[in-house]
Design a binder for this molecule. Structure first.
Ligand code: LRH
Ligand code: MN
Ligand code: MN
Length: 426
């Protein structure tokens, strides 16, 4: 299904008066700030959608495919991201996971994606599941494995993923390893690290010059005693040893409880080793809840560090880091969930852009703790939704993406067209 520009315009017309009233208030309140520049940054900011988030996710206890109309092919996944992008103007890229996705005709897929205004974001490899017909099992790890033939299989898979990515016009490989151990004594930590590094080096040497490699870390799950890329320190070690094309990737849900992610982000940026993000949220040990649904203040504080650090280095907010959602749902319509995540990320970004940086620096230099907190909380507690909506309006998207999604009954159209299917992949 395609959403027509006329449908978007009709929807926007019905909301325009209320929107303009809210925007006018904001313009008055923030008259001392260049709001035009802020809105343009919001227009430029794009957040990639992972192909695996478009279907209903599951847990090891079950999966409820309540939604229906889930995409059955890469083409349909591209169509779904196209729908999101038409609605919010901020989801201009799709991230594929091999072999959950098997891109057969890259030229055609590129054309299809371009028709929706989409690019191919980072490619993801999968050495955390055994694939039918493969010679070796990853039961005891992939790139860390004590068995060289198993490491080789995993290396070759990653190189294959790079090749798919080159054909699609992607420029990054994200490596997330489930490698680790479940019991003390199972693994020699040093050897596991060395094997992993050596394997990553082989993959790295197959990387085109203009590509990046993202080394994603995760504290636990599926392994529960040790993880071989378990935290940002370990990821940074690998990335530093690999070279200048390798970076650390921060998935918000991959930390131990209460980790200070904003501080991690600030230091990785300082070192020039922050590659990008997987956005999601969690209350306990999950990594799949909607971005900003549990800890919106944390999301804002992360963006506050990002804006500060990127501006200090003269980086381009939209282009110099990889921005992606990584969540997969059990109880919501995945497309509505993704619209909510993008909105939460945009709001946090807008809040960070409006922080009075000069005043904050002065408060920090004077050890004026209360003032520093006031400055941050002032923007965090300001309702900036109209700014984000204005960015959507200017991008030709909908003032209320979920509102229009429901008005157009998009899910039912998809169900009628595709049936009550269950997506492949997860
Ligand atoms: C691991 C992870 C990683 C995978 C994706 C499916 O938890 O975050 O990024 O590729 O989930
Ligand atoms: Mn992730
Ligand atoms: Mn994850």
């Amino acid at each position: 299904m395609n959403i027509g520009q006329n449908q978007i315009e009709k929807h926007n017309d019905s909301l325009l008066t209320a929107h303009q009233r809210k925007l006018a208030f904001l313009k008055e309140d923030w008259a001392h700030v260049d709001l035009e520049a802020v809105i343009q940054k919001l227009v430029d900011f794009q957040i990639a959608i992972p192909s695996w988030a478009l279907g209903t996710g599951g847990t090891r206890f079950g999966r409820f495919a309540i939604t229906g109309g889930e995409p059955r092919t890469i083409e349909e996944k591209i169509e779904d991201v196209g729908l999101l992008h038409a609605l919010n103007g901020a989801s201009g890229a799709i991230s594929l996971h091999i072999p959950w996705d098997i891109p057969q005709n890259a030229g055609e897929l590129k054309k299809l994606a371009a028709g929706y205004g989409l690019k191919f974001d980072a490619m993801n490899s999968n050495t955390f599941q055994d694939q039918a017909g493969s010679a070796h099992s990853y039961k005891f790890g992939s790139l860390q494995n004590v068995n060289k033939a198993i490491r080789k299989q995993a290396i070759e898979h990653n190189i294959e993923v790079i090749k798919h990515g080159i054909a699609l016009g992607s420029d990054a490989l994200t490596v997330w390893l489930a490698d680790g151990s479940c019991f003390p004594g199972q693994l020699n930590f040093r050897k596991a690290f060395e094997n992993t590094l050596e394997s990553l080096q082989e993959i790295y040497s197959a990387l085109p010059d203009d590509w990046k490699m993202f080394v994603e870390y995760k504290a636990f799950e599926p392994n529960f005693y040790s993880t071989t890329v378990g935290d940002w320190g370990q990821s940074l070690l690998y990335a530093s040893k690999l070279g200048k094309k390798a970076y650390t990737l921060v998935d918000l849900g991959h930390h131990l409880p209460n980790a200070n992610i904003e501080q991690i982000v600030a230091l990785l940026l300082m070192e020039g080793k922050l590659g990008g993000f997987h956005f999601n949220d969690s209350k306990y040990g999950d990594d799949d809840l909607t971005a900003g649904s549990i800890k919106p203040y944390q999301l804002f504080l992360i963006f506050n560090e990002l804006v500060e650090g990127m501006d200090a280095k003269g980086m381009n907010h939209a282009k110099d880091l990889g921005w992606m959602i990584d969540a997969s749902h059990n109880v919501k319509d995945p497309l509505e969930d993704l619209l909510q995540s993008v909105e939460a990320i945009m709001i946090a970004y807008a809040q960070a852009l409006l922080v009075d940086r000069k005043a904050l620096n002065a408060a920090q230099d004077n050890n004026d703790v209360a003032k520093a907190q006031e400055i941050l909380q002032h923007t965090f507690r300001s309702d900036l939704r109209a700014l984000v909506a204005e960015a959507r309006l200017r991008a030709g998207a909908a003032l209320s993406p979920i509102g229009l999604y429901r008005d157009l009954d998009v899910r039912n159209h998809l169900v009628n067209h595709r049936g009550k299917t269950v997506a492949t992949g997860l």
